[in-house]
Write a protein that binds this ligand. Structure first.
Ligand code: 6R9
Length: 658
């Protein structure tokens, strides 16, 4: 119990009355009724939604198969096609002339693509891919920037039952090679170049480099979308997309697949060095993407939805490529960056396209706050944002100050913010407010989506009372969940279903529930995964990349430290094979290592801080004491017990070496 004089009831923001009346889930009682329905008949609830939201070629009879837990199966005997559900279904329902995608290029050029056009384009690309021998179950890597063509490429794979694996365009040739090799992809779809912030950056050249690194011998073709027309080298296996699709029929019979057929693989960082190929299903995934898109964003027919994520991340899969299209919504797809030509780009685009639902990341909000505070012309108050009715946040915890600013200045004080907690592995939203039903508390992702059994437990899976911090788990399987780690069932089981947790899904985040409201607040990762600007980075992955610089690096340890803008910043402690550099030499070597990481993983993994030392703090048994390094990185005084430390003097050196 908190004493009344110190208790600070955080301010609650009630859903606006207009939303309480018109929302798909209207009012708290409606939320409670759905949650109760799921509680009373879990399978019946999800089966009802699966029938309402998805058109099945063959209806499913079984809902959930737990006989080989944790290898769960949903709607297994049903068949469907995801692209049919996103495109043909809209055209058949009379939405052929409705705009599906408003695309804005980096230079501001806008194109509109209707559902009928998107379907025709998808069919032509699917026919072209088919001609290259791509079919059901084949893996296709997609390495493209934001474009209509990228969405079409994903949809075309789905149409053929091919399994796409999108690799973020900011990843290096090395990372791309690892992903292509792990999936055994037989084709890569890319673009000649990408354009971001007024600059052209290579894509095709990096595909060439990736393939030259070896291990991708299964790749038979590289399909190239001509984005800029810039000069690129041409290999015998390269094909221009426009040449391949020319003359292709605008119809392509969808490949009907079983609900469990993999729709895509998406690599994400875990607590070991090697990224995990998260495998998603067709049926269950689509159900989750569609239901959450509809209820969390309260999407109606006249909404203009804009999710600013890149298709290289799960958010771009569920809330650009699939969820909104499965609902027949109109969405904005943006090629560029929020700060080009200036930091008002988002506000100008919301005004221009009359965006009604806007979904972005806290890191973007924080950097735009900074920009607006430094330069009034880019402040959102200078733009007409009155079309907005709902705002969303994803990727990392949103700090209350950023929440309040987003609410006041972007949402004009009238738009609920849905702070959506979920993961690559969960496929769709898991804990989130519903805008017409849930009173909001800044900094809290509030309550589980109806039908998601989220809980906080201790290390043995025992329930913890509200108010206590613990481990966030999901007690029952859900339709959109990860099916396995590609090619590694054992790693899937040990990563997400460790035996001590009684069959609960281990999310990898710490969290607590409010004693009064039961609202969840996410505390961040409890494993060796960092969240830098909403991007997941494994510390081990960066360490492996550093020690792969064998000429220079003897040993490395990577930790995170809080950062005002990016949430967390990467801090690397490095022991060189030569003596410890200082001054200018240290600066030069740090720059060299940063570039190295950029090449090994990608620019997003470049450490903000690199510190050199003669040694790392280790226990007598040789374990690096990361908790000490975390304190050093933060600049905190060391208060932990250092009695087990082999070489205590090293701490002074590390703290100085700033
Ligand atoms: C969708 C996505 C997942 C990790 C997750 C957590 C963090 C995401 C959050 C959040 C607090 C939120 N995270 N959303 N933390 N509040 N609303 O971001 O997937 O890239 O796999 O990252 O991101 O730590 O475990 P992914």
């Amino acid at each position: 119990m908190t004493s009344p004089d110190t208790a600070q009831t955080p301010k609650q923001y009630l859903p606006p009355q207009t939303l309480v009346r018109s929302a798909h889930v209207a009012g708290r009682a409606a939320y409670d009724a759905l949650a109760a329905e799921a509680e009373a008949d879990y399978e019946g609830y999800w089966a009802r939604l699966a029938r309402e939201f998805v058109t099945w070629k063959t209806p499913f009879k079984t809902v959930l198969d737990t006989s080989h837990a944790p290898m769960f199966k949903w709607f297994e005997d049903g068949t469907l096609n995801v692209s049919y559900n996103c495109l043909d279904r809209q055209v058949n329902a009379g939405r052929g002339d409705k705009v599906a995608i408003i695309f804005e290029a980096d230079d501001g050029k806008v194109t509109h693509t209707t559902y009928a056009q998107l379907l025709a384009q998808t069919c032509r690309m699917a026919n072209a891919l088919k001609q290259l021998g791509i079919g059901k179950g084949d893996r296709v890597a997609i390495y493209m920037s934001m474009s209509v063509e990228a969405v079409v490429a994903m949809q075309a794979c789905a149409r053929l039952g091919a399994v796409h694996s999108v690799v973020f365009g900011g990843f290096s040739a090395h990372s791309l090679r690892d992903r292509i090799a792990d999936t055994g992809a037989i084709a890569v779809i890319t673009a000649d170049e990408q354009v971001r912030g007024g600059k052209t950056l290579p894509l095709k050249a990096l595909v060439d480099d990736a393939l030259a690194l070896g291990g991708c011998e299964a790749v038979r073709n590289v399909v190239v979308y001509r984005r800029t027309g810039g000069a690129i080298a041409w290999q015998s296996h390269d094909r221009w997309l426009h040449e391949l699709t020319q003359g292709q029929p605008e119809v392509c019979e969808p490949e009907w697949v079983g609900a469990e057929h993999p729709l895509f693989l998406l690599y994400t960082s875990g607590s070991t060095g090697k990224p995990k190929g998260v495998q998603h299903s067709s049926g269950g995934y689509l159900v989750q993407a569609a239901v959450t898109a509809k209820w969390t964003f309260d999407l109606h027919d006249d909404d203009v939805f804009w999710c600013t994520a890149d298709i290289g991340w799960v958010t771009g899969h569920s809330y650009i490529a699939y969820g909104p299209l499965a609902l027949g919504a109109t969405e904005v797809v943006f090629e560029g960056v929020p700060t080009y030509p200036d930091a008002a780009r988002f506000w100008r685009m919301i005004e221009k396209h009359k965006v009604t639902v806007f979904y972005t990341a806290p890191t973007a909000i924080r950097s735009l706050i900074k920009a607006a505070e430094g330069h009034d012309a880019v402040h959102p108050r200078n733009f007409d944002l009155s079309s907005l009715r709902i705002l969303g946040s994803v990727g990392e915890p949103i700090n209350p100050a950023a929440w309040e600013w987003y609410h006041a200045h972007v949402g004009g004080g009238r738009c609920p913010i849905v702070d959506t907690w979920w993961q690559t592995e969960t496929g769709g939203h898991m804990i989130t407010p519903l805008p017409g039903a849930t009173p909001l508390v800044p900094g809290s992702c509030t309550l589980p989506f109806p039908g998601i059994m989220a809980a906080i437990v201790d290390e043995t899976g025992g329930d913890l009372p509200n108010g206590q911090s613990g481990i966030l788990v999901i007690k029952k399987p859900w339709p959109g969940m990860i099916r396995t780690i590609w090619g590694d069932d054992a790693r899937y089981q040990s990563s997400y279903y460790p035996p001590e947790l009684r069959g609960y899904y281990l999310a990898g985040d710490g969290a607590a529930r409010d004693p009064e409201t039961g609202y969840f607040t996410i505390g961040g990762r409890i494993d060796d995964v960092l969240n830098v600007s909403g991007h997941r980075m494994g510390t081990m992955e960066i360490e492996s990349a550093l020690v792969a610089c064998t000429d220079l690096v003897a040993e490395a340890a990577v930790v995170g430290r809080p950062d005002e803008t990016s949430g967390e910043a990467i801090c690397a402690f490095v022991v060189l094979k030569r003596s410890r550099p200082t001054g200018e030499e240290a600066g030069k070597l740090a720059a060299q290592l940063r570039n190295w990481i950029g090449k090994e993983i990608g620019p997003i993994a470049k450490p903000k801080d690199i510190r050199f030392a003669d040694n790392l703090p280790k226990t007598r048994s040789g374990k690096i004491m990361r908790r000490l390094l975390r304190s050093v990185a933060k600049g905190e005084a060391i208060t932990q017990d250092t009695s087990t430390l082999e070489n205590p003097a090293i701490l002074d050196q590390l703290s100085e070496a700033h």
